[in-house]
Design a protein around this ligand. Structure first.
Ligand code: FO1
Length: 325
């Protein structure tokens, strides 16, 4: 049995924690977004990979959802003294991860290799596969017309400015990582995690071979087969929008600013060609009919993973929904 999850940051990390409780962690692979990655102070920082690693290791700061628990920020305070770039808070222990990763990349290791080494060191038994070892960079165009980097928008400006579009520089040329591609092709179940569809999942799918592999998975799981078009791959997506709101972060506002509906139906529209089953929260049950009209099967269950046991049950539900029958 293999359970593969297209992943961004906090929402995906919580889902993965449930998946490794539900299944043998060796059977769980996350294909992780790298387009939020940034080089600061000469260090390569990979927020989504680190959020997944620290969460699976039980070491994430539960309040912030990023960085390590019991963290200190003395290096940042020292940096501030010199007027250095301090809007992106790198914790003292977290810095060790970025130092190690950067040195290994300089030595010629791939991001896949370094990530595997970091996971081993934290005792993480699930596989975290960067979607690509090549750089991909999310760029955000503001309503004003100015284009800035993702972390500039997300952290420096606290995502408080209106946006009009996003693009993923390098995605077209990026080669999929071998581990990611194999995990998608061989998975019994492929799940799109409850991550921001516009800036966490889209840059994963923007790697052409990754989207093609997701589409090429065998059909099933949806409504009865119509004569045409062919049934969709039996993939499953979990909505990160519950009751019209993002559980964490600005996904709802971003989707609206990008001209989409910030509802479970809007999320389903994004994924309608890729998945046969949408998993939505119970509170959105009334939207099931509209999603079914898109030709998808709907499963409504508790999806708010701050409650104990929810993430594990969610992973089990997704696995059953996406496994061959
Ligand atoms: N998010 C913030 O809102 N402020 C920060 O200072 C910040 C620092 C940070 C450091 C390391 C890391 O791995 C993540 C960090 N994040 C921070 C979170 C992160 O940049 C975003 O939440 C994601 O990129 C969006 O998925």
């Amino acid at each position: 049995m293999k359970h593969t999850v297209l992943s961004g940051g906090v929402g995906a990390a919580r889902y993965l924690k449930g998946a490794v409780e539900a299944f043998d962690p060796a059977d769980v692979t996350a294909v992780v977004n790298v387009a939020d990655d940034v080089t600061l102070h000469g260090l390569r920082v990979c927020p989504d990979l680190d959020t997944c690693t620290y969460t699976l290791a039980g070491a994430i700061d539960p309040q912030r959802g990023w960085g390590l628990v019991d963290e200190s920020f003395k290096a940042m305070a020292a940096l501030r003294r010199y007027g250095g770039l301090d809007w992106f808070s790198l914790g003292d222990q977290d810095l060790g991860t970025h130092l190690y990763r950067t040195q290994r990349l300089i030595e010629g290791a791939t991001l896949t290799e370094v990530t595997s080494e970091i996971c081993d060191a934290w005792g993480v038994r699930a596989t975290l596969a960067p979607v690509s070892d090549d750089p991909i960079e999310t760029r955000v165009t503001l309503r004003t017309g100015e284009e800035i980097g993702f972390q500039d928008y997300f952290v420096r400006l606290a995502h408080s400015v209106e946006i009009s579009s996003v693009r993923f520089v390098g995605a077209e040329q990026a080669r999929p990582s071998a581990v990611a591609l194999e995990a998608i092709e061989s998975a019994e179940t492929l799940v799109i995690a409850p991550s921001n569809p516009a800036v966490s999942i889209q840059p994963v799918l923007a790697v052409g071979a990754i989207e093609a592999a997701v589409r090429a998975r065998p059909p099933g799981g949806g409504p009865p087969a119509p004569p045409a078009p062919p049934r969709r791959s039996r993939n499953v997506a979990v909505s990160p929008i519950v009751g019209g709101k993002a559980l964490k972060g600005p996904a709802d506002r971003m989707l609206r600013e990008l001209g989409e509906q910030a509802t479970v139906v809007g999320v389903a529209r994004r994924y309608q060609d890729l998945v046969a089953t949408m998993v939505i929260d119970e509170t959105d049950t009334e939207s099931a009919g509209e999603i079914e009209k898109l030709g998808m099967r709907v499963i409504a269950v508790p999806t708010v993973m701050s409650e104990p046991g929810v993430a594990q049950a969610l992973a089990e539900t997704c696995h059953q929904a996406g496994a061959p029958r």
